[in-house]
Every structure is written in structure tokens, then in C-alpha cells.
Design a protein around this ligand. Structure first.
Ligand code: ATP
Ligand code: TZE
Ligand code: MG
Length: 262
């Protein structure tokens, strides 16, 4: 049994400060998810202050889900600061297929060295110049269809690429893992993918990238399974999911993680 729970334990022992430039939809959900999991969230995006806040942070995550031009300037300023200070950062290319601005922004950001790119299958396919782009923020492609694109993207950029869906796939271009945890109610609650991007950022701090990202996905999926056992629908699931993230112990994660080399 691989010790995926040790990565949760390490994350909780440092409770990293994770700065998230994310969308209006995700801000509250994501902050609560990070707190429940054991990290400290900060949400900000103003270009006038973002460099200072980034410099204080242990990890940075970027999601342009509801961004405008000023917000985009804040994103680039934050990423430049993170790069300069060696702060790991995660790119969430949310709904990258829906506009030229998103495609161009994602292309520029990918060249700036994200440690991890985390998206659903349709988003990862768009980054590879393939697929129809999904339905807004929702995936219409399966994870398996995006695995080759994820490997190629990882090899080309040096980022770990995490494709989420019913069974997640995470790769550094050489090695890969499948994570078969999760629950069908997860994609029925908005911003749980965006929030997972923050959890990946928290796990990255001081830990090897591929293993940390995989453990974050497993932690999330196991909590989803637990929440799904008692929830009666998306509303109660959202609440139960926060409780499940907070209650999950490292030992339980190690026991329940369904991670296999892929
Ligand atoms: N059908 C499913 N069965 C089990 N788990 C799922 C399923 N779909 C998604 N998940 C899980 O939900 C979490 C979020 O992944 P998802 O791919 O839905 O993100 P997303 O599309 O970026 O979400 P959003 O943009 O709404 O924030 C992951 O942990 C993933 O494993
Ligand atoms: C619904 C929605 N629209 C822009 S971002 C977002 C959150 C889920 O990705
Ligand atoms: Mg998403």
C-alpha cells in the first residue's frame, strides 16, 4: 500500500498559505475547501497588490474563469513574482475553449513554467489544439481521450498535467498515475474542480510534484466518496464534502486511495 496519506500529513503539518487568483464562482467554495483540507487560503487579484501578496505565499494558483483585462494583468504579475521567488504555481485552464483571450492567455502562462496544469479532459484537449472544448466549463470528453495530449503537454512544458474526471490521470510525461476515487455528484457542484486546483497547490509545497499532485487528487476523491455516502443530492453533498475533507485522516487516505501506475 503506497503511503499517499503521508502527503496529506506533510501538507497539514505546514498548513501552507495558498494564494488563489480564481473566479467569482469559486472564491468562497475554494477558500472553504482549502480550510477544510488543512491549508490557509488567500483570495486576491488586484494588480496593485498582487506581487506583495504572492511574495508572502507558499503556493499560487491561477484560474481566469471570470477574468477581465485588469485581472489578467494581475495574473501575469503574480506569476512573474512566483517565478522569481521559486514559489510553485498551478494553472487551471478553466473553459479555455470558449474564447480567444483564454486560449492566448493559457498559451502564454504555460510558457511561464507552471508546476502543475490541472483541468478537465476537454480543457486539456484544447491546450493540445484538439477537441471541441467542452460545454462552457463542463467537460464533454472522457479522461482517456485526453491522456496522450496530457503526456505530450507534460513532456513539452515540464509541468505535471492532471486531467480530472470519473478516473483522473496525472503525468509528468514519463510516469503516470490513474486515480479512481471520486463520486458522480462532484461535477454537479460548481467549482469543485477549481477548488481542487487549490488543494493541488497546497500539496505541492515542499513535496515532489507528481506524487504531491496525485495525493491531492486521491485525497479529494476519497473525501468525495465519503460525502457521497450520506448526501441526498448536490446541495447536501457540498456541505458533506467539506466535512469529509476535514475528517479524512492520512491513514484513511492511504487505505482508500485507488491509485495505480498508468
Ligand atoms: N463522474 C465522476 N465520478 C467521480 N468523480 C468525478 C466525476 N467527475 C469529476 N469527478 C471528480 O471531481 C473533481 C473535479 O473534477 P472535474 O473534472 O469535474 O473538474 P472541473 O470540470 O474543472 O470542475 P469545475 O470547472 O466545475 O470547477 C475531481 O476530483 C474528479 O475526480
Ligand atoms: C460556472 C463557472 N463559470 C465560470 S467559472 C465557473 C466555475 C466552474 O468552473
Ligand atoms: Mg474547471
Amino acid at each position: 500500500m503506497a503511503d499517499w496519506g503521508s502527503h496529506l500529513s506533510t501538507m497539514r503539518s505546514t498548513a501552507p498559505l495558498v494564494l488563489n487568483i480564481t473566479n467569482f464562482v469559486a472564491m468562497n467554495v475554494m477558500a472553504n475547501v482549502l480550510l477544510a483540507t488543512g491549508a490557509s487560503p488567500a483570495m486576491a487579484h488586484a494588480e496593485e497588490e498582487i506581487a506583495e501578496i504572492t511574495a508572502l505565499s507558499d503556493a499560487l494558483t491561477i484560474n481566469f474563469g471570470t477574468a477581465d483585462a485588469g485581472w489578467m494583468r494581475g495574473i501575469f504579475r503574480a506569476v512573474e513574482t512566483a517565478r522569481g521567488q521559486g514559489i510553485p504555481w498551478v494553472l487551471d485552464p478553466v473553459a479555455v475553449g470558449v474564447s480567444t483571450l483564454r486560449k492566448q492567455t493559457a498559451a502564454r502562462l504555460i510558457e511561464m513554467g507552471p508546476a502543475v496544469i490541472r483541468g478537465n479532459a476537454s480543457e486539456i484537449l484544447v491546450l493540445a489544439g484538439q477537441g471541441a472544448g467542452g460545454k462552457g466549463v463542463d467537460a464533454t470528453d472522457g479522461v482517456t481521450e485526453a491522456a496522450a495530449a496530457a503526456r505530450a503537454l507534460a513532456s513539452r512544458t515540464g509541468a505535471v498535467v492532471a486531467v480530472t474526471g470519473a478516473v483522473d490521470y496525472v503525468t509528468d510525461g514519463c510516469r503516470a498515475f490513474s486515480v479512481a476515487n471520486g463520486h458522480p455528484l462532484m461535477p454537479r457542484v460548481t467549482a469543485l474542480g477549481c477548488s481542487l486546483t487549490g488543494v493541488v497547490g497546497a500539496f505541492l509545497v515542499g513535496q515532489p510534484t507528481l506524487e504531491a499532485a496525485t495525493a491531492a487528487l486521491a485525497c479529494y476523491g476519497v473525501a468525495g466518496e465519503r460525502a457521497g455516502k450520506c448526501a441526498s443530492g448536490p446541495g447536501s453533498f457540498a456541505v458533506d464534502f467539506l466535512d469529509a475533507l476535514a475528517a479524512l485522516t492520512p491513514d484513511e487516505l492511504s487505505q482508500m486511495a485507488r491509485v495505480t501506475p498508468a
